[in-house]
Design a protein around this ligand. Structure first.
Ligand SMILES: [Zn+2]
Length: 444
């Protein structure tokens, strides 16, 4: 028998261009999908969720996060990129056991769900096959929609003009964990850019992605050593650019290279908060939009950033508008980026960047029921006027009342469903101490 849920009387911001905003409308969810959207749908035998006083949006899409790092949350709140990479690569990542990968991903995925993120790309290193299995299990048990991006070990030999091909275990993982592309969890490869690897390895790795039929997620073009100045151009020269690749950061990417990404059908993920704090460089929001490449949003790491999308929305809006400041202090300020634009980056554009826009990213009949109810009647959000403005300018995760992923409630009435927080707190504390001790960083 099918399960029917009627989300009743919310203010819908569908992010579907054909539906737009619908004040006081209902969503009928049947099993894992949105069956109908409209005013005063008949409840019949459906379980009713009262959405009055809420803004109903599609779940956020976080297009890049090193989820396992939730066990070292706020370890580096004010670090540089060099300090971050030194600490993570040399100390933290090698201290992770497969069980810590599982626990870190589980905790990180719940953190994301709690804040209304229903889809994330987990950019996940794997010291061993068992580490990869742990990371996947952590995502699966949290119930989030995720693209697991399988990466390589953290050691320096993997990251400076490396001659090591992407681990062949990717083939096992594809066969063992991701036999279907229709599941809540899907697979990608977390690859390294030219410069981090020699040309032959880049060619091998992108060919592997095509052999496996999976997307690629790659950090490119930021202010860090080890890479060439123009990795996008290098990938172009090698004939490896294509629609299956998401380029992360791109803070030092030239206009010519952004045009190459656009021509290839590739996508972009920026992490505006982390990029400015760590000094990857300034996100190129305006240039990317001008080339038709939406700079989709990501948390990157909770060592330094909060795990929610509201922070990224506001950082992107502020920076994207500040980019329009003229050099002449008397010149007119005519920014074009709006709160609606950044909300699109965090929903439908993010889904498209992951090749998941036929499945999620908007409130559309036929798509998966990835739905978030944001309270518009709290002290931070009342009174309700511009619903998208409430979400982008006022709300935070405390206002996230209800989160559905594929029709399954993961948060209701402001609380995660089925999560033993006391037990999780204890497990995380033990793991945190063990990782810091093993990393030689000492206890907090
Ligand atoms: Zn990253």
């Amino acid at each position: 028998m099918s399960r029917r849920l009627l989300i009743q009387g919310g203010h819908l911001v569908t992010m579907d261009p054909d539906l737009g905003d619908l004040p006081r409308a209902d969503i009928l969810v049947v099993d894992d999908r949105i069956a109908a959207i409209g005013p005063e749908l008949p409840a019949d035998d459906a379980e009713v969720v009262d959405a009055a006083g809420t803004v109903v949006i599609p779940g956020f899409v976080d297009t890049h996060r090193h989820t396992y790092q939730s066990l070292v949350r706020a370890l580096l709140p004010s670090c540089t990129l060099g300090e971050f990479m030194g600490t993570i690569f040399n100390s933290v990542a090698p201290a992770y056991t497969p069980e810590f990968m599982r626990l870190g991903n589980h905790l990180g995925a719940l953190d994301a769900l709690d804040s209304g993120i229903t889809t994330m790309v987990d950019w996940s290193p794997s010291e061993t096959p068992e580490h990869a299995d742990g990371a996947i299990e952590g995502l699966r048990s949290a119930g989030i929609r995720a693209m697991y991006a399988h990466g390589m070990p953290a050691g320096g030999q993997w990251w400076y003009r490396s001659e090591l091909n992407h681990p062949a275990d990717a083939r096992r993982i594809r066969a063992e964990h991701f036999a279907s592309d229709d599941s809540l969890l899907t697979m990608a490869l977390a690859l390294r850019q030219p410069g981090n690897v020699v040309d032959a390895v880049a060619t091998h790795d992108w060919n592997l992605s095509r052999e496996l039929g999976v997307r690629v997620s790659v950090h490119t073009a930021m202010r860090s050593g080890g890479a060439t100045g123009s990795p996008i151009r290098e990938l172009h020269r090698l004939g490896l650019l294509g629609p299956n690749t998401t380029f992360i950061h791109c803070t030092t990417t030239s206009d010519e290279e952004i045009a190459m990404i656009a021509d290839s059908g590739g996508s972009v993920s920026i992490a505006p908060y982390v990029e400015m704090v760590m000094g990857h460089g300034l996100p190129r929001i305006t240039a990317m939009l001008a080339h038709g490449v939406p700079p989709t949003l990501s948390v990157d790491t909770v060592t330094t950033s909060p795990g929610d999308m509201f922070t990224q929305l506001r950082t992107a809006l502020a920076l994207g508008r500040a980019e329009a400041l003229p050099a002449d202090p008397e010149g007119a300020f005519t920014p074009t980026l709006t709160h609606r634009d950044v909300l699109r980056l965090a929903t439908i554009d993010g889904a498209a960047a992951c090749g998941l826009d036929s499945r999620t990213g908007s409130l559309t009949p036929g798509k998966a029921a990835d739905i978030v109810l944001v309270r518009a009647d709290t002290i931070r959000t009342l009174p309700l006027r511009d619903p998208a403005g409430i979400v982008v300018s006022c709300a935070d995760r405390a206002d996230v009342d209800t989160v559905l992923v594929a029709g399954v409630p993961r948060k209701r009435a402001g609380r995660l469903v089925g999560v033993d927080l006391a037990r999780l707190r204890e497990q995380a504390a033990t793991a945190h101490e063990a990782i810091l001790a093993s990393a030689g960083l000492g206890a907090a």
